[in-house]
Design a protein around this ligand. Structure first.
Ligand code: NAP
Length: 335
């Protein structure tokens, strides 16, 4: 059913707990109804497409139209001895889907446990954690073209997935994701090359798909604040991908910098480490702060406005740039 409401508070629709209002708020669990609604819009590209609100910062106090797809369901489309193909509604909670898969021994998404947000949001920034990216198991992405309301199915290569990036991120607001198809293996092959995960799993007798999930939940629960207690949008900044030249500069400043080679020419560096080295861990300015346990997370201590958070984030970027010459990129969508 298509539900259209006017003057809706977005406070409970974003994990940062930032106040904002939508002039029109549209929700539906039906793809045809959503297509028809999109066709009726005179300015479809000015619409905000919202998922779980875990990666958004409302700097404007007002949005015109917000659409939140509430399409639910996990459907088994294909099954062989080796794998399964699942079609999952965009409105499903990502971590509920991961838990559902782990319970059935469908493997491939367990390293992505405990990432907040919806299934529909996962292809946009090609969520990734502990050496696994969503693109590795996404087979197809079903969307509504915001330009004309038509439904389209993208195959994996058409999604142009990259590090925390995709065709959908590059074309923000142009496609409304309605469902994602995942191919998951029935054979468990653990990916435990990340130090944190390897250490955590040394507490377990066996490495099972269940234990990988439990281990990651344990790490993330220790490191990350619960948005229900302290408003936040998870990692506020992307881990920067930097050139060899910048690597050399950083090594001169601090030879112990945690650097990981991403390709022949590029390296990844921990944004949390950069922020910490600038002495900003735990820094608080009024209602906003850098989280004590994970400097990549900006928190709302209560009553912060989006503009306050944004200004604070800019100051962090400026400090990192001044000390290391690295430009931090905000991962959170600024609206
Ligand atoms: P972390 O594990 O301290 O990693 C910091 C940075 O170092 C990341 O760029 C990570 O690459 C890289 N890295 C660490 N160990 C590596 C290894 N063995 N091989 C290659 N690269 C390595 O980061 P964290 O902040 O505690 O987060 C844990 C995981 O969750 C990370 O994988 C992080 O990227 C992920 N995460 C993802 C999202 C998202 O998708 N939106 C949000 C928050 C955190 P990668 O970034 O490629 O892992």
């Amino acid at each position: 059913m298509l539900i259209i409401r006017q003057e809706v508070s977005l406070l409970s629709c974003n994990t940062f707990g930032i106040p904002a209002t939508a002039s029109v708020f549209v929700e539906s669990d039906n793809i045809s109804e959503l297509s028809e609604y999109v066709r009726s819009l005179s300015e479809p590209f000015s619409v905000l497409l919202l998922g779980g609100g875990s990666n958004v910062l409302f700097v404007s106090e007002r949005c015109n139209t917000v659409i939140r797809p509430a399409i639910k369901g996990i459907e088994l489309i294909e099954e062989t001895d080796e794998d399964v193909l699942l079609r999952v509604g965009a409105g499903e909670i990502w971590d509920d889907f991961v838990s559902w898969c782990v319970k059935r021994n469908y493997c491939g998404v367990e390293n992505l446990s405990h990432i907040p947000g919806t299934v529909g949001a996962c292809p946009i920034q090609n969520i990734g954690a502990y050496g696994v990216e969503a693109k590795e198991c996404i087979e197809k992405v079903e969307v509504i073209n915001m330009a004309n309301g038509q439904t389209i199915i993208f195959n994996n290569s058409q999604c142009v997935f990259n590090y925390r990036d995709s065709f959908f991120k590059q074309n923000k607001g142009k496609f409304l994701i309605t469902a994602v198809q995942f191919r998951l293996s029935k054979q468990f092959e653990p990916n435990v090359r990340y130090e944190d995960l390897r250490l955590e799993l040394s507490n377990y007798k066996h490495i099972t798909v269940d234990n990988v999930r439990n281990g990651i939940i344990a790490i993330r629960s220790r490191k990350l604040p619960d948005y229900r207690e302290l408003g936040n949008a998870g990692s506020f900044f992307k881990n920067p991908v930097i050139s060899k030249e910048t690597v050399e500069k950083i090594k001169k400043i601090d030879s112990s910098a945690p650097l990981y080679q991403a390709s022949q020419e590029y390296w990844k560096i921990s944004a949390a480490w950069l922020i910490q080295q600038c002495g900003l861990r735990g820094l608080r300015d009024g209602n906003v702060g850098v989280h004590e346990r994970q400097p990549l997370v900006i928190v709302n201590y209560g009553g912060a406005t989006g503009q306050e958070v944004f200004n604070f984030a800019r100051k962090i970027c400026d400090s990192v740039k001044a000390k290391f010459g690295v430009e931090l990129e905000m991962e959170v969508n600024i609206v």
